[in-house]
Design a binder for this molecule. Structure first.
Ligand code: ADE
Length: 280
C-alpha cells in the first residue's frame, strides 16, 4: 500500500456500482485505508456478496439497493446511509452502462439507457448528496468516473462518450458552485482496463483487445489498483485543494486519438524507406 495507514479514516463513502469491477476495487482500497463504505447498486445479490467480502477483511461496509435512474430511490438510499453511519462525506459516481453499436442504429431505448444512467443518474445522485451536505454544513467531496473518450469522443459508444463528457461539465460546474460551500468535485478519466463488465459489453474479440493495447503508448491496459490509488489520493486530505480537475489515467492513450501516423511504427525498415522516399 503506497499510502499511510488510516489515510481515509474520516471518510464515509457512498460508491455507486460498488459491488463489482472498479467500484468494488475502490471500495476495498478505501476500506483498507480506514474509510466506512456504503455500496450502492441495483442488484442485491451482488451487493450482499461484495459486502460479505469487504467485511471479511475487516472493512466497515453497508449496502443499499438503488437504481440511480430513479430520483426517489436515491433519496431513500441517502437516508439509509445516514441512518447507518450518522452521515457521509464522499460520493463516488462510478455506476455506468454501455454497449457497442453503430450510432445510426441506436434506438431511443438504447440511448436513454446509457444517458439516464451515466449522465442523469450521476447528476441525480450528486445534487441530492450536495443538498444533504449543504443543509448539514458538511465538508465533502464528489469523485466521478469518466473516461478517456469523454475528452476525445469515440465512435460506436457515442452515447456513453457524450454522457461522460457531460459528467465532466457537471464536475466543473459543481466545483465552481459548491466550492464556496466546502464541497469539492473532481473526476477521473481512465482508458480501457479489464473488468468483467466492460469486457463482456465492449471487447468483442481478442484482435480488438490487441489493437487497444497496441495503440496505447505504454502498450498495456491500466489495472484496478492503479486507478483505485488515484481515486484514494483524490478523496484524501492531501488532495483537498484539487477542485474541478479531471485526471486522465490511460497510459497516454488519448494522444493517439489523432495518431493516424502511428501506424508507421508497424512498418518494416524496407517499407519505411519506401514511405520516406515518397514524402521527400
Ligand atoms: N449500475 C449500472 N446501472 C445502474 C443503475 N441504474 N443503478 C445503480 N447502479 C447501476
Amino acid at each position: 500500500m503506497m499510502f499511510r495507514d488510516n489515510l481515509l479514516k474520516d471518510r464515509t463513502i457512498i460508491i455507486t456500482g460498488g459491488s463489482t469491477g472498479l467500484g468494488h476495487a475502490m471500495a476495498e482500497k478505501f476500506g483498507l485505508l480506514g474509510a466506512k463504505l456504503a455500496i450502492v447498486s441495483r442488484n442485491e445479490e451482488n451487493l450482499k456478496a461484495a459486502e460479505k467480502k469487504l467485511r471479511k477483511i475487516g472493512i466497515e461496509c453497508e449496502h443499499s439497493v438503488c437504481n440511480i435512474r430513479d430520483f426517489e430511490q436515491i433519496s431513500r438510499s441517502i437516508n439509509e446511509v445516514v441512518s447507518s453511519f450518522g452521515s457521509f462525506n464522499v460520493l463516488i459516481n462510478n455506476a455506468a452502462g454501455n454497449f457497442v453499436s453503430p450510432s445510426e442504429n441506436l434506438t431511443a431505448k438504447g440511448i436513454d439507457a446509457i444517458v439516464d444512467t451515466v449522465l442523469k443518474g450521476t447528476i441525480y445522485f450528486s445534487t441530492q448528496a450536495g443538498k444533504y451536505w449543504i443543509e448539514n454544513h458538511i465538508k465533502a467531496s464528489i469523485l466521478s468516473i469518466a473516461a478517456t473518450y469523454s475528452w476525445t469522443g469515440s465512435g460506436y459508444v457515442m452515447p456513453s462518450a457524450a454522457a461522460k463528457a457531460g459528467v465532466l461539465a457537471m464536475t466543473r460546474s459543481l466545483a465552481a458552485e459548491w466550492g464556496p460551500k466546502g464541497i469539492k468535485s473532481v473526476a477521473i478519466a481512465p482508458g480501457p482496463f479489464p473488468t468483467k463488465g466492460a469486457w463482456d459489453r465492449l471487447v468483442v474479440d481478442s484482435r480488438y483487445e490487441d489493437m487497444l493495447k497496441k495503440r496505447n503508448p505504454l502498450g498495456r491496459f491500466g489495472n484496478l489498483d492503479e486507478i483505485s490509488d488515484l481515486a484514494a489520493y483524490l478523496i484524501s486530505p492531501g488532495a483537498d485543494y484539487i477542485n474541478g480537475e479531471v485526471v486522465t489515467i490511460d497510459g497516454g492513450e488519448w494522444l493517439n486519438a489523432g495518431g493516424e501516423f502511428n501506424i508507421l511504427g508497424n512498418l518494416s525498415p524496407e517499407e519505411m524507406a519506401v514511405f520516406n522516399r515518397r514524402v521527400k
